[in-house]
Ligand binder design. Structure first.
Ligand code: HEM
Length: 279
């Protein structure tokens, strides 16, 4: 090793950003927009646990956006039959999903008394209304046009979801790859929810059993890794809800736990799970 070790600079003469936000004193603060970022956590109650709830929700919202980029990139690569690029994007997404699943730890210690003391300030607010989460559901193929009703008063969110609903899902593009390899796959519904289909299961069975299609096994397994992590997130959400509010109805108007259980019990990419019954 040659050369000397220097500590980082403590003065920054060259970074004269004219719209420097108040409090953004360093190039780092300006780049990361620290002042704006730290102004976004605004608890509405005196309960300290509300801060953790807001931070967790905001962190997850950002991770939803990051994940959407990876899943959209995987979809684009599949459309181009670029399996390596699709697998790389799914793998990046799986790391994001692991952080999303781990983020539930931030709320693991919240007691019912703590949740009850700020629940009234939520009013009707519920994560169910997250349009970023809904775009992820649409990417997976869990589609429902009726849910757009929530965004009637919010044109930007409505338009993004309307467009998302008319673009084939990640799973539809994966099935299109199988079809281009000669497998009989029915056209996936575009605006409706993908439901288990025997012909799709038969196509995956061929992938897993026909040596000529062995390269597509990697795709099936990568999709399964993604699907399993979606379910893990739902299961951790279910546990967090069970710990903090038991079987009470949700702020968003659902029956709470029973509704969340139904959602967690639905397999993502269902044929990739059922095909295992006879592999
Ligand atoms: C302990 C804290 C939490 C409780 C008690 C809770 C409760 C609930 C309940 C009861 C529902 C069903 C809809 C309703 O009636 O409101 C729901 C849905 C949902 N929540 Fe939470 N939640 C919590 C934390 C979070 C966090 C931090 C996020 C992150 C953004 C989140 C995102 C969602 C999403 C995306 C849905 C829709 C789920 C789906 O469609 O499968 N929740 N939540």
């Amino acid at each position: 090793m040659t050369g000397q070790t220097h500590r980082p600079h403590l003065r920054f003469g060259s970074d004269q950003d004219p719209d420097q936000a108040p409090g953004a004193s360093t190039p780092y603060a300006r780049y990361v927009r620290l002042a704006e970022l730290h102004a976004l956590q605004q608890p509405r109650s005196a309960e300290p646990a509300e801060y953790a709830f807001i931070v967790t929700t905001q962190v997850m919202e950002l991770l939803f956006d990051l994940l959407e980029r990876d899943w959209a990139a995987a979809r684009t690569a599949l459309r181009a039959d670029d399996l390596d690029a699709a697998l790389a994007a799914l793998r990046r997404g799986q790391h994001t999903q692991d952080v999303l699943v781990g983020s539930w730890d931030l709320l693991a210690a919240m007691t019912p008394a703590e949740f009850n003391s700020f629940r009234p300030v939520l009013g009707e607010a519920s994560g169910f209304q997250s349009s970023a989460f809904l775009r992820l559901e649409f990417l997976l193929g869990n589609r429902s046009e009726g849910l757009l009703e929530m965004y009637r008063e919010s044109p930007a969110e409505y338009d993004a979801l309307f467009a998302a609903l008319r673009t084939p899902s990640l799973y539809a593009e994966a099935l299109a790859v199988l079809a281009r390899r000669g497998l009989a796959v029915p056209a996936a519904p575009v605006t409706a929810r993908h439901r288990h289909d025997d012909a799709v299961e038969a196509a995956w069975r061929a992938v897993y059993t026909d040596p000529a299609l062995a390269d597509l096994v990697r795709l099936g397994e990568a999709l399964l890794d993604t699907a399993e992590r979606v379910t893990r997130w739902r299961q951790r959400h279910y546990s967090a809800v069970k710990r903090t509010m038991g079987g009470k109805p949700g702020t968003g108007g659902s029956s709470g736990l029973s509704w969340l259980k139904q959602s967690a019990d639905q397999d993502v990419f269902p044929e990739l799970w059922t095909v295992r019954n006879d592999l």
